[in-house]
Each structure stands twice: as structure tokens, then as C-alpha cells.
Design a protein around this ligand. Structure first.
Ligand code: PRX
Length: 571
């Protein structure tokens, strides 16, 4: 089959004519879909939950369809509204108010979503943490955000270094409690006593709503602040890109610890009142298929790493399942291999639609729309209302077919509003009116964007962004490690794996046991996905004269590429 292009299929898509909409488009029109457009009263939790809960035609519709290996449960919009009201009352009782940071560190569960909307209902800022984070990752985020309250489980509590978190006043424990009731709050007990009525805190569109930490190439993870206004873009992209309709059953596989798991695992489907499948735990290929089949999923948003896993599991497996309801598949987080698109056509008779965006952008920006042809390997075109381009380092646009910085014209609705505690970092993203993404790409003559790689040292392993600095810092905490340089090494299944180069302190030998011990040290101290899969011992780590690790040089060595300009290398 000719993989040059995959033509659009005929279908009743929400968005038929991309070019026409681009021309006539205004974000003002999208705003008409929201209650606040007429009442002036704003809160994401109202638009995503309470609005449907107070609509007699919608209130008994299933909002959340939850399953994990241990538990299955569903919640209607009315139930989700009441449960989140109860949690909002609990938060209020413990004096959480507008602007406070409240973090969630727990597995996906119905309680997570009730608590999440409870946080928004009091006007506080929610900070979801990935459940696999270990002590250092948890500490860095809670310290930087000065979180006042944390919701977690007794099992995860050992990873929360309480004595290093003076600003953390209370901890809500889901499923058990501790004796110290000055510090600990029993979720189940409080929820039993809490009223199902709550008067929501109305906020401004520009008020903080969500804090997601993400990695850069230098320094600790940065807190990316999103505001309620982002809902405008979540709503619009759910319609055009996810192609969501009233009767759909939607599944986004991402954990809410990552931005995809909030923007598209929470907001996008629920703003449209669509039934949302939530699946906790780890997955085998058969779990993916079973979840799709059992829930009659019609729209599925996932990641290349998961799709690649299914490709290697084989086409035969697909035939064991009845996936007739599935009509639309999307992908995000890493380059989508053309092979996956070929496979999707064979295995599901469906196209896989790539989407490009970032934690900082809050919502999809460059996408493959159902009504456009797919050019395998391309991320697609910018959504209506968004201008994307390729710019040079001064922020000047450059012609088609030339590689440069992938950049977005400032001012789309879901753009981050702050890097927490770090205004300088925030400013550094913008040049000459463009948000510069850190990705390199080119644009073809027809306006399709083609991803080429990261321009900085950020690693993308299985779709998860890892900052080399964070891993290096952890590595050198190990008594055997003197210096460390960390890079992403290309890998067919994971996109990149983390490879660490280290030097050893005197008295330590380069043994298999030691390297495994160092790997475990990162895994248990930081998080599993940040642990290097490969560690190589060197006599020295290349550094610039100013002491910066030359990761680029390490990478060139690793890949056997020319080393380029090494004039700044220290002797
Ligand atoms: O390098 C790009 C890659 O993931 C980065 C953003 O990561 P994160 O903030 O964790 O957000 C991921 C999900 C929104 C980008 O700078 N990336 C994301 N989508 C794609 C991608 N690379 C290639 N193709 C994509 N579709």
C-alpha cells in the first residue's frame, strides 16, 4: 500500500471543512458554549460536572466508568457532582480556600476524581502527582508549590518526607487513617459526614486551576500553571480533534499526573458530558483490548509507546476481541511511527491520528483531524485559532522545508500563565511574539508539520519527559558516583531510553552489582521511569570550561556521530 498519504474517510465528523473554519474562526464563538458566557460565573468544575448534574436529561448519565484489577465502579454526573461537593466541604472545613495548592498523590480511582473537582470547587489549585513518584520527586514538587494539603493513601505515605514540608498543614488519607488527627484527616469518615450541597467558589477565567510539574534540560522540574480559561480550548479540541459526540464512550489512557490525563482525561470529555472510561493499574496488551471491548469504547486517545506494544503483540490478538464500536484513535506524546499507522489500518481498519502539544501548551495545537488526509510521520496542521510556524533563533519565520524551532503565536486560550516561582523561566519561552517549544521541526509546502527532535537535552522515554539534570543530581547522591551525565538513547519500543555515563569515586569498582545498585538508587529515590536502563563507567565526563556537562558530546559518542564543535571543552 502506498503510505504517501492516508486519505480522509467519509464520515459524519464534527469538523468537516478545516480551511473554512480556519478562515471564519474566532475563539469568541467557542465561548458561547459556556454557562459563564451568560451568567458571568466561572468555574471549570461547574462546566464539566455540575452543569450536566443539574440537567434532567444528563444527570443520570454515566460520567465515570472505572475499572482496575481490584474494583469496578461507575458514577453518574449527579453522583460525581455530589461527591465533589462533599469533598469541597471537607476542604472548606480545613480552611482551604481560593489559590491554595492542594496536591493529589494516589492511584486513579473514583475518589481521585471526586477530590480533584472538590479542589476546583473551592477555587484552589490542583496538583496531581504521578503515583510512581518516589520521595525526592514528591518533595521537590510539594516544596516548590508550598502545598497546604495533600491527598494520598496510607501505602504511599512513606514517600512523603513530612519533616521537610513545613508548609504542608494537612494530609487526607484515602483508605485508612493515622493517630495524629492534627495532621491526618480520614477521607472516608469526613466524606460520610459531609453535606452533598456546596456553593461553588466562582473565580475569574484567569485564576489558577492546575499545576503540572514538568522537566526541562536544566534545574528541577518546573511548575506549569494553567487557569480556568483553558476550558475554551479543551472544549473546542474535544469537538474537532477527539470528534466527541453525545453518545460516545471515550477512553484516554494517560494518568492524571501528566497533562494528557487532565486536559484530555478529565476536562475535554466531561465538558461535553461524555462517558469517560478510567482504567487504573498497569496494562498488558490484553488489558488494553479487554478495556476497549468491555466498555464499548468508541474514541480512544493513547500514546505511541502503547501502540508500539500492541504492534509487537501481533495482529492476531486483535481478532480475539469485538472492537466494533471503536471509531476514532488518537496518539500523543512522542513521534508516531508510520508503521503504527499502517498497522492501525490493518488491525482496526482505522487511522491513528497524531496530535502534538506540551504540558506548557495545555491543549492540542498541531493535529491530524478526521476530515484531513494523514501524511504518515507528520503531526498534522495547527487547529483553527492557532498559528504555528518554524522560526530561527531570533524568532523570524523561515520558509517551508527548512528545519528550525517549532513555534506558536502567543495567546491561545490554554497557554500556561506562569512557571511557578520562576518568572524568568516563563519569559524565556517567548521570542518575538512566539512561544518557542524546544522541538525542531519543518513545515511542508502544504502546511503539514514534521517533528524532527528536541533541541535541548530533554529526554522522552515512553512518552514521559525526563530532565537529565534531575537524574544526574540523584546519581551523584549515590556514594559511589563522582560525576554523571545523562542522555536519551534512541530505542525502537520506548522512543528513547535513559543512558547514564558516570565516574566512580576512589575505592569503587565497576561491577555489575554496583551498577544495578546505582540504578535501583535512582528508581527508589526519584521514580521508576527516571532510572537509567544503561549505565556506563567513564574515566571522566566531558564538561565545558564553565563546568556544564556536555551531554551533546556524550550523545555523539554513543551514536558514533561526528562530535562537532568542542572548542568549549575543558582540557
Ligand atoms: O518533544 C515533544 C514531545 O513531547 C514533548 C512534550 O512533552 P509533555 O510536556 O510531557 O507533553 C506530552 C503530552 C502533551 C514535546 O515537546 N511530543 C508531544 N507530542 C508529540 C511529541 N513529539 C512528537 N510527536 C508528537 N505528536
Amino acid at each position: 500500500m502506498d503510505m504517501q498519504v492516508v486519505p480522509a474517510r467519509k464520515g459524519n465528523y464534527n469538523l468537516q471543512d478545516y480551511e473554512k473554519l480556519r478562515e471564519s474562526f474566532s475563539w469568541e464563538d467557542v465561548k458561547k458554549n459556556f454557562t459563564w458566557n451568560t451568567t458571568g460565573k466561572v468555574n471549570m468544575a461547574y462546566e464539566a460536572v455540575d452543569r450536566h448534574a443539574t440537567d434532567p436529561a444528563k444527570k443520570d448519565k454515566v460520567a465515570l466508568l472505572y475499572s482496575s484489577p481490584e474494583r469496578e465502579e461507575s458514577m453518574t454526573f449527579e453522583q460525581l457532582s455530589q461527591e465533589s461537593n462533599k469533598f469541597a466541604n471537607v476542604l472548606k472545613k480545613y480552611e482551604i480556600s481560593k489559590g491554595d495548592r492542594v496536591f493529589l498523590f494516589m492511584p486513579r480511582s473514583p475518589e481521585f476524581y471526586a477530590a480533584f473537582f472538590g479542589i476546583l470547587k473551592v477555587g484552589a489549585i490542583a496538583g496531581p502527582l504521578f503515583e510512581a513518584f518516589m520521595e525526592q520527586a514528591v518533595r521537590d514538587r510539594l516544596q516548590d508549590s508550598e502545598a497546604k494539603l495533600l491527598i494520598t493513601t496510607p501505602d504511599l505515605l512513606y514517600r512523603v518526607p513530612l519533616n521537610e514540608l513545613p508548609k504542608l498543614e494537612k494530609i487526607v488519607l484515602v483508605g485508612g487513617n493515622k493517630e495524629d488527627t492534627n495532621k491526618f484527616i480520614d477521607y472516608n469518615k469526613e466524606m460520610k459526614e459531609a453535606s452533598i450541597n456546596f456553593s461553588i467558589e466562582w473565580v475569574d477565567l484567569e485564576d489558577g486551576m492546575l499545576l503540572h510539574y514538568t522537566s526541562g534540560s536544566t534545574g528541577k522540574p518546573k511548575g506549569i500553571l494553567h487557569v480556568h480559561n483553558a476550558m475554551i480550548q479543551h472544549y473546542a479540541t474535544a469537538e474537532w480533534v477527539l470528534d466527541l459526540k453525545e453518545e460516545d464512550v471515550y477512553w484516554c489512557t494517560a494518568d492524571p499526573g501528566w497533562v494528557t490525563g487532565t486536559s484530555y482525561g478529565i476536562f475535554a470529555p466531561w465538558l461535553h458530558g461524555v462517558t469517560n472510561v478510567i482504567r487504573g493499574g498497569r496494562f498488558t496488551p490484553d488489558d488494553w483490548y479487554t478495556t476497549l471491548e468491555k466498555n464499548n469504547v468508541s474514541v480512544w486517545y493513547t500514546a505511541p509507546t502503547a501502540l508500539r506494544m500492541l504492534v509487537s503483540y501481533g495482529e492476531e490478538a486483535v481478532k480475539k476481541y469485538d472492537l466494533d464500536t471503536l471509531r476514532h484513535i488518537l496518539s500523543v506524546g512522542e513521534p508516531l511511527n508510520p508503521e503504527v499507522i499502517t498497522w492501525g489500518l490493518k488491525a482496526f481498519d482505522l487511522r491513528v491520528h497524531d496530535t502534538w502539544w506540551m504540558t506548557e501548551t495545555g491543549a492540542q495545537l498541531i493535529v491530524n483531524l478526521p476530515s484531513l488526509e494523514i501524511r504518515p510521520g507528520s503531526m498534522g496542521k495547527p487547529i483553527p485559532g492557532v498559528e504555528a510556524s518554524i522560526v530561527d533563533n531570533e524568532g523570524n519565520e523561515i520558509p517551508p522545508n527548512q528545519m528550525g524551532n517549532l513555534a506558536i503565536k502567543e495567546g491561545w486560550p490554554s497557554m500556561m500563565r506562569q512557571v511557578w516561582n520562576n518568572p524568568g523561566k516563563f519569559e524565556s519561552y517567548f521570542i518575538n511574539g512566539w512561544y518557542v517549544s524546544g522541538d525542531s521541526a519543518y513545515q511542508d509546502e502544504d502546511g503539514y508539520f514534521w517533528f524532527q527532535g528536541r533541541l535541548d537535552d530533554v529526554i522522552n522515554t515512553s512518552g514521559e519527559r525526563v530532565g537529565p539534570f534531575e537524574v544526574e543530581s540523584k546519581l551523584i547522591e549515590h556514594p559511589a558516583v563522582a560525576e554523571a551525565g545523562v542522555i536519551g538513547k534512541p530505542d525502537p519500543e520506548r522512543g528513547e531510553i535513559i543512558k547514564a555515563f558516570i565516574t566512580l569515586n576512589d575505592g569503587y569498582d565497576d561491577t555489575k552489582e554496583l551498577l544495578e545498585d546505582i540504578r535501583q538508587f535512582v528508581k527508589t529515590g526519584l521514580s521508576a521511569h527516571a532510572a537509567p536502563r544503561e549505565i556506563e563507567v567513564k574515566d571522566s565526563i566531558p564538561k565545558t570550561r564553565s563546568g556544564k556537562i556536555m551531554r551533546r558530546l556524550l550523545k555523539s559518542w554513543e551514536l558514533g556521530l561526528p562530535t562537532g564543535d568542542t572548542s568549549t571543552l575543558e582540557d
